[in-house]
Design a protein around this ligand. Structure first.
Ligand code: TTP
Ligand code: MG
Length: 347
């Protein structure tokens, strides 16, 4: 059974929000992000894009291109709130939602067994009703094609690629439309005479792998419109912890002190991988007493600190007033993750 994947992308997201909230901006070229000429635009509305203004363009350059450009400061809290409302609308249709940024997401709606075009239209309708913002949608059997399709009828439109149309669609599709094929890749492909996915299809898989490594092998599939990647809905992890239940209750602070060390090492190991990139907000010690009552001692902190855990341990132990301890846990809580674009632009 082919899957039904939607890619939903808001139109001129930040700029559209600013226009909605300040109708006097409508019809004028608007750039969001310039507090000074040294800044960069986070986005430009369509009037400003006609002049060649675009995201990530330095403000001074944008003003050169479009002297009448109206610059408005960013209001991330508002964009976050609209993003939250949009995601809540997605959640009415499926749990399989993979947000890519504040304003775009993949949805796997295969389980609804309904024409993806109908679902996309309904989602876009609800978004417009509830936020007064427009979205565009791509509907396809996989992520790559859905993402490409959402751009096809932008703004405020949608485009579907049916399984039987894929091979014709990709034949003439410029390779630069494949997400991940950027300027550097194009510089390597154009000397080989590759402009379209059809051109790229002339190469054997081993040849592409030899030239471009693993990415080359992936391209072999992508240029045929093949993409098996799943829509990954990952709930953001809020914390990580290690705990252990003792065979016999521990009855002294010294015993606890010895017991926490392997947990500390375990925690350190958990944080040595990808989770280690997350910002730590606080450190937590959890104790379960002989009578099953649980207590947690927590302190703000940004890194694993043995001394802090030792102190939290003592604090928790004291609350037990001599009760034996059957379970000990050590953990950290993470700060909520920032959106990527926000970090990239340091605004
Ligand atoms: P995009 O979806 O790339 O752009 P857009 O929604 O403004 O316009 P389009 O109609 O073409 O989809 O990005 C979404 C928002 O993310 C955008 O409004 C502002 C922010 N952003 C940045 O801050 N920096 C960037 O470089 C880009 C591309 C986007
Ligand atoms: Mg967008």
């Amino acid at each position: 059974m082919p899957r039904t994947i939607l890619h939903i992308d808001m139109d001129c997201f930040y700029a559209a929000i600013e226009e909605r909230d300040d109708p006097s901006l409508r019809g004028k070229p608007v750039g969001v992000g310039g507090r000074s000429l040294r800044g960069v635009l986070t986005t430009a509305n369509y009037e400003a894009r006609k002049f060649g203004c675009h995201s990530a363009m330095p403000v001074f350059k944008a003003v050169e291109k479009c002297p009448h450009l109206v610059l408005v400061p960013v209001r991330f809290d508002v964009y976050h709130e609209d993003s939250r409302r949009i995601r809540a609308i997605f959640a009415r249709f499926t749990d399989l939602i993979e947000p890519l940024s504040l304003d775009e997401a993949f949805l796997d709606v295969s389980a609804l067994r309904t024409d993806g075009r109908v679902i996309a239209r309904e989602i876009r309708h609800q978004i417009e009703e509830e936020t007064q913002l427009t979205a565009s949608a791509g509907i396809a059997p996989n992520k790559m094609l859905a993402k490409i399709a959402s751009d096809w009828e932008k703004p405020n439109g949608q485009f579907a690629i049916a399984p039987e149309d894929i091979s014709d669609f990709v034949k003439t599709l410029p390779v630069k439309k494949i997400p991940g094929v950027g300027r550097k890749m194009l510089e390597k492909l154009s000397p080989l005479g590759v402009v379209t996915c059809g051109d790229l299809q002339q190469f054997e898989r081993f040849d592409l792998a030899r030239r471009f490594g693993k990415w080359g092998s992936e391209l072999y599939d992508l240029c045929r419109g093949k993409d098996e990647r799943l829509v990954q809905s990952h709930r953001e992890r809020k914390s990580v912890s290690k705990e252990t239940t003792f065979r016999e209750n521990l009855t002294s602070l010294e015993a606890l002190d010895a017991a926490y060390r392997p947990l500390f090492e375990g925690l350190r190991e958990s944080l040595s991988g990808r989770l280690g990139e997350r910002r730590i907000k606080s450190l937590v010690v959890k104790l379960k007493f002989a009578d099953f009552e649980t207590t947690t001692a927590e302190r703000a902190g940004s890194e694993l600190d043995k001394q802090v855990f030792v102190e939290l341990l003592a604090e928790g132990w004291q609350r037990g007033q001599g009760r034996g301890v059957r379970l000990l846990g050590l953990g950290v809580k993470f700060a909520a993750q920032e959106e990527k674009t926000q970090l990239e632009f340091g605004l």
